[in-house]
Write a protein that binds this ligand. Structure first.
Ligand code: PMP
Length: 360
């Protein structure tokens, strides 16, 4: 039998696949509007698509287990050494690797209420104890998180912006937090949505790596970079921390298509600029509609927005019946809230239209 800490893990429940919903409600797959997973509605970055096509022939070989080209591209873009980089099968893999490397039974890790669901899972898989700290205005209460650190605490997770609430921590507050965390406690700063931030709201996380050897910055290609299905993310950290995390990493955890596409995507600034502009316009369209319908929402800095309704379960069913998939947040203990990702203009309009009709 598995140990008790494995048996007590709640199985992950994936959302309904587009094909299954289309069949159920008798629509074509192309008519389903999926705004559930904070993906990039523009599709693949053009440079990544071209790189994928030329990488296909190389699939007969194992991937580069050290991700030489991708690490070189990341190192050049972020001004770090390649020995500061760990590649993950998505950033979800990376945070689980960090937990596996640094947490043992008896240790604890701190994170916020309403923070990304990957944190408690990673902690539990390592057999360690989760310390969940009450949120403040749906965001991280950094003072309370500091106060929650115990002698057994080895790791603190901070999501900025956070999913599913979209909240942001001010750069100055984040710096003060890093200064106050004991140096023997690692801080995993999860910046999965950082590309969506306006420059003045961005914390210079990479610039702080030299000052804080206990800081790990985590990034992903799944959101703004539009490569969610390929599974690739990375962490930037002190080389001695990277060395330990790499020891628990499966050597071929990032496949060769993912490595090739991620290299090319990093170089596609035009695609990222288009993504940000589309997101700003879509965010305005959706939040304007929520305001008009008197549905309170949490101000979001990412590519999704969480809003509150009387009966989220019923509204979600209505949206599904009309071919619109959003994310219910009952598993985050927000049973009266739904999270909608920002899509293409016609997808946002369809979501608003169905919402409008449901609340009529
Ligand atoms: N961190 C946050 C805050 C997220 O929202 C997600 C995805 N929902 C992840 C990490 C993991 O994403 P991925 O594994 O695709 O990089």
């Amino acid at each position: 039998l598995a140990p008790a800490y494995i048996r007590s893990i709640d199985p992950y429940v994936p959302g309904k696949p587009v094909a299954e919903l289309a069949r159920e409600i008798g629509l074509a797959e192309s008519d389903i509007v999926k705004l559930a997973s904070n993906e990039n509605p523009l599709g693949l970055p053009p440079k990544a698509r071209a790189a994928l096509e030329s990488a296909v022939a190389g699939l007969v070989r194992y991937p580069d287990g050290n991700g030489y080209d991708l690490k070189a591209a990341i190192a050049a873009k972020f001004g770090v050494g390649t020995d500061s980089i760990v590649l993950g099968n998505g950033s979800g893999d990376l945070l689980a690797l960090v937990a596996r490397a640094f947490l043992a039974p008896g240790d604890s890790a701190v994170f916020s209420e309403y923070a990304f669901a990957g944190y408690p899972l990673a902690v539990q898989m390592a057999g360690a104890r989760s310390i969940e700290v009450k949120a403040r205005d749906y965001g991280h209460d950094l003072d309370a998180m500091l106060a929650a650190i115990e002698p057994s605490t080895r790791l603190v997770f901070v999501a900025n912006p956070n999913n599913p609430t979209g909240t942001l921590i001010k750069p100055g507050e984040l710096l003060e937090f890093l200064e106050a965390v004991p140096p023997n406690v690692l801080v995993l700063l999860d910046e999965a949505y950082v590309e969506f931030l306006p420059p003045e709201s961005k914390f210079d996380s990479v610039g702080q790596l030299a000052a804080f050897p206990n800081l790990i910055v985590s990034r992903t290609f799944s959101k703004a970079y539009g490569l969610a299905g390929l599974r690739v993310g990375f962490g930037l950290m002190h080389p001695s921390v990277a060395d330990l995390v790499n020891r628990v990493r499966a050597p071929f955890n990032v496949n060769s298509l993912a490595q090739a596409a991620a290299c090319a995507a990093l170089d596609d600034d035009e695609f990222i600029a288009r993504t940000i502009k589309l997101n700003q316009e879509g965010m305005k369209a959706i939040t304007d509609a929520l305001a008009r319908l008197d549905l309170p929402y949490i101000r979001s800095w990412a590519n999704f927005v969480t809003f509150h309704v009387g009966d989220a379960k019923l509204l979600n069913e209505h949206l599904l019946e009309n071919g619109v998939i959003v994310r219910p947040l009952a598993s985050y203990r927000m049973p009266n809230s739904l999270r909608v990702s920002i899509g293409l203009p016609h997808e946002n309009a369809r979501f608003i239209e169905v919402l409008d009709a449901a609340l009529d």
